[in-house]
Design a protein around this ligand. Structure first.
Ligand code: PGA
Length: 258
């Protein structure tokens, strides 16, 4: 296998101190040293980004978990894509279900952020997924989210986006409902078909689609999402906060990608 696989950590609002963040980062950096064909990205609270990236060895890429749709100006409390770029942050998670549910983000806002992120040269990690009570209408929900988020996005910009199929009902379930690789495969196909229908076969077939939602080191589930669900990688929340567990995920994926 020669294509690049993404293992993306979403630390969410963790760890609690800069010291803990430095410790966790250093441990992951060591583990990621020999992971060829794998791109490890850590999306951390923006307050840690500049500090950690300044002393990083270069094997891990930095990502934010949010950004403003503006690049500068009177937007108290916001962080712009251009600012992120200036501290060696190259990725940004957009459209995460927690931002939708808790911070009232909708597709219109996500679309504006997506355009601003692309304009600043960031790679958006765009989360798409249905809620528990939307399972029956999964196809329509994914299509609506993609339609809203990608409004006015040009064909040439699609290759710069990492799409995430992240079913909301499978996030942080810690032993609860598990999204089977089969189910994820079906959703990934629907997303790819949407991209093919709107942007053409060439672009659609090359689009990067990864899986997120309770990925952990147990039963090598990251490997299953990559091998059986044909995903281009995984987005990892809770399990990325434990270096040992995150390391196991990286190592298990390394084994199949070399
Ligand atoms: P989880 O989080 O791995 O803890 O389910 C994933 C996410 O919310 O991105």
């Amino acid at each position: 296998m020669t294509k690049e696989i993404f293992i993306i950590a979403n630390w969410k609002m963790n760890p609690q101190t800069l010291k803990d963040a430095e410790r966790l980062f250093a441990a992951v950096e060591k583990i990621a040293e020999n992971s060829e064909n794998i791109k490890v990205v850590i999306c951390m609270p923006s307050v840690y980004l500049g500090l950690l990236s300044a002393s990083a060895q270069g094997g891990i890429a930095f990502g934010s978990q949010n950004c403003s749709w503006e690049q500068r100006g009177p937007y108290t409390g916001e962080v712009s894509p251009a600012m992120l770029k200036s501290v060696n942050c190259d990725y940004v998670i957009l459209g995460h279900s927690e931002r939708k549910a808790i911070f009232a983000e909708n597709e219109e806002i996500i679309n504006k952020k997506l355009k601003a992120a692309l304009a600043a040269g960031l790679t958006p990690i765009l989360c798409i997924g249905e809620k528990e009570d939307e399972k029956e209408q999964m196809k329509g929900v994914l299509e609506n989210q993609l339609t809203g988020c990608l409004r006015d996005i040009k064909v040439g910009q699609i290759s710069k986006i990492i799409f995430v199929y992240e079913p909301v009902w499978a996030i942080s379930t810690s032993g609860g409902e598990f999204c089977s690789p089969d189910y994820a495969f079906g959703a990934g196909l629907l997303m790819r078909k949407f991209i093919i229908d709107h942007y053409g076969k060439y672009t659609g077939n090359k689009a990067k689609i990864i899986y997120g939602g309770s990925v952990d080191a147990k039963e090598k589930n990251a490997v299953l999402y990559i091998k059986e669900a044909k995903m281009d990688g995984v987005l990892v929340g809770a399990a990325s906060l434990k270096a040992e567990e995150f390391g196991k995920i990286i190592r298990s994926v390394s084994e199949i990608s070399n």
